[in-house]
Design a protein around this ligand. Structure first.
Ligand code: NAD
Ligand code: DAU
Length: 338
């Protein structure tokens, strides 16, 4: 592969991936296709917009003609699909756009990839497609049944099924990655971890849903990106690869860790109404990608979280910028009764 189309490359993980590709694969051309929704931001690509191997296309994956034109024009031979509506809470308040982008958008990409002979299609999926685990259940493997619980995870599961169907029916070379919760630079602060950092730095309360005992498996975004690159280059066609950090934490543990790192006390914690249908626990079994592709995370949770807090403190202007719109008002109203 020489010319890679990265969709959603101005969002959190996509931007980190584009930065990695341009830094570590100097022989590749990266075409970054992003609709720049509230979650996409060209500042996330600061220092890389002018890179000669990077072309940015302001495009929507719901627009099949534009995808076709972009693939032809840039002789695309590989696609990595990050573009998605990604926030569970938004999928509860408005599921329609999740189906349009995550399902129909992925279908458009698959149709173009098939018709135009793209060599490899990588779908960036999520552990949420497996549903929720009880405390004593084994971590998700690639064999775990798909049982999504939110409109977001249902849309991602639908897209995974389409990718599988295009491989099975049309022989499209495709791979799927399913990752656990990411954290790191450039994450939009509607997600729990940057939301906490953003609120703590301003002495604002942290809305903790329900009893705060829900468990997530945290992975540093750089390690997710390195796993995606490994699967893109060496994964077996038709296969699914789970990616996780083996760092299970309750939400309340995470919040207390961040309060400690930022030198604030627990009076900022505010328990609020739970998310409807809230999944209790996710956990990923990494064995397949570790044993077959030799991938492993490069940092521990303690190292990754310290780097992340440091990044947000050094980039407070980024936080100010991305929270300057209606988003902050929405959260204050919804969760802090302001
Ligand atoms: P994000 O919300 O930060 O970024 C999404 C990006 O997609 C944005 O740049 C946005 O502008 C773009 N986009 C949205 N709709 C689009 C459309 N119709 N056409 C083109 N671009 C569009 O999301 P993220 O957290 O970076 O997640 C990226 C992918 O990784 C998603 O597919 C998500 O399901 C998956 N994932 C995320 C996590 C996580 O912890 N964040 C974990 C596992 C998997
Ligand atoms: O597991 C992978 C998934 O992780 C990705 O597929 C999603 O795109 C990504 O958004 C993330 O989903 P979560 O729902 O786990 O992430 P979120 O940051 O929204 O919430 C993390 C946990 O914190 C979850 O149990 C809900 C809780 N939470 C979240 C918010 C925003 C709170 O308690 N308070 C909050 O204000």
């Amino acid at each position: 592969m020489k010319n890679i189309l990265v969709t959603g490359g101005a969002g959190f993980i996509g931007a980190n991936f584009v930065r990695m590709l341009l830094s570590e694969r100097k022989n590749l051309k990266v075409v970054n296709f992003d609709a720049l929704t509230y979650a996409g931001n060209l500042e996330n690509l600061d220092g890389f917009m002018e890179n000669k191997n990077h072309a940015f296309v302001h495009g929507d994956i719901r627009n099949r003609e534009l995808i076709e034109k972009t693939i032809k024009e840039h002789k695309i031979d590989g696609i990595v699909n990050f573009a998605a509506e990604s926030h569970v809470d938004r999928s509860i308040s408005g599921p329609g756009i999740f189906i349009e982008t995550n399902v129909t958008g992925t279908l458009n990409l698959l149709l173009c990839a098939k018709e135009l002979g793209v060599k490899r299609f990588l779908q960036v999926s999520t552990d949420e497609v497996y549903g929720s685990l009880s405390p004593d259940e084994e971590a998700f493997t690639e064999e775990t049944h798909i049982k999504p619980n939110s409109p977001y995870s249902a849309s991602k599961a639908s897209a995974d099924h389409l990718v599988h169907a295009f491989h099975h029916t049309f022989g499209l070379d495709s791979v799927i990655t399913r990752c656990s919760n990411n954290y790191g630079p450039y994450q939009f602060p509607e997600k729990m971890l940057p939301l906490c950092i953003n609120n703590i730095r301003q002495d604002k309360q942290i809305p903790v849903y329900g009893d705060g005992m829900q468990i997530r498996d945290w992975l540093y975004v750089y390690d997710h990106c390195s796993a995606i690159l490994r699967v893109l280059e060496n994964g077996e066609s038709g296969e699914v690869y789970n990616i996780g950090g083996s760092n299970e934490k309750t939400n309340i543990e995470l919040v207390k860790t961040l309060l400690g790192l930022l030198g604030k006390d627990e009076s900022l914690i505010k328990f609020v109404k739970d998310r409807p249908g809230h999944d209790r626990r996710y956990a990923i079994d990494n064995s397949k990608i570790t044993n077959s592709l030799g991938w492993k995370p490069s940092v521990t949770f303690e190292q990754g979280i310290a780097k992340t807090v440091d990044w947000y403190l050094k980039n407070q202007s980024w936080l100010d910028h991305v929270t300057s719109g209606d988003y902050q008002k929405y959260y204050d109203k919804m969760y802090l009764n302001k």
